[in-house]
Design a protein around this ligand. Structure first.
Ligand code: ZN
Length: 160
């Protein structure tokens, strides 16, 4: 949705010709002369919407990235805490080195997921403009990429 105007002129002009309920209390706003609901006092504005504006695929894409991110953040975070504690109590950096050596695929996975999430949020309007099958293609691409890189990370860490 995007705002059509800040002033109440467009709103009152619209409501001279059309009826619309207050989005807060449902009171009929026909022939309203101000930009406030006479019943509940809610500040009102005129907005433009689109029936084609569907967020489902984009939200599914965000979840596809956010769920593995939460998981890897916990693992990488727990590893960092353990490595710092071990390094502190033993007084040498060997633990930190072995931690990075042992967990680098997950650290890479974490960085990749953060980057993709930032891209998905910053370039959301480019995504929303694409046709639905293109959006679904991106979604399934992300599902396959997240699954494959997670499996590869755990396979690599388990194989050592
Ligand atoms: Zn109201």
């Amino acid at each position: 949705m995007c705002e059509a105007g800040q002033g109440s002129g467009l709103l009152t002009t619209f409501l001279e010709q059309n009826d619309a309920p207050c989005p807060v209390c449902g009171h009929s706003l026909r022939r309203l002369q101000s930009s406030e609901c006479p019943d509940c006092g809610a500040a009102l504005e005129l907005r433009l919407g689109s029936k084609d504006f569907r967020l489902g695929t984009w939200i599914a894409l965000l979840l596809t990235l956010a769920i593995p991110l939460e998981f890897t953040t916990l693992l990488v975070g727990a590893g960092v805490v353990r490595a710092v504690l071990d390094t502190h109590s033993h007084g040498d950096l060997g633990f930190l080195h072995s931690y990075i050596h042992g967990m680098w695929p997950l650290i890479v996975q974490w960085g990749l997921t953060v980057s993709l999430l930032i891209v998905a949020i910053r370039w959301r309007q480019r995504f929303w403009k694409r046709r639905r099958w293109v959006q679904r293609l991106w979604l399934w691409g992300a599902v396959v990429l997240m699954g494959a890189t997670l499996v590869a990370s755990f396979w690599w860490m388990g194989a050592r």
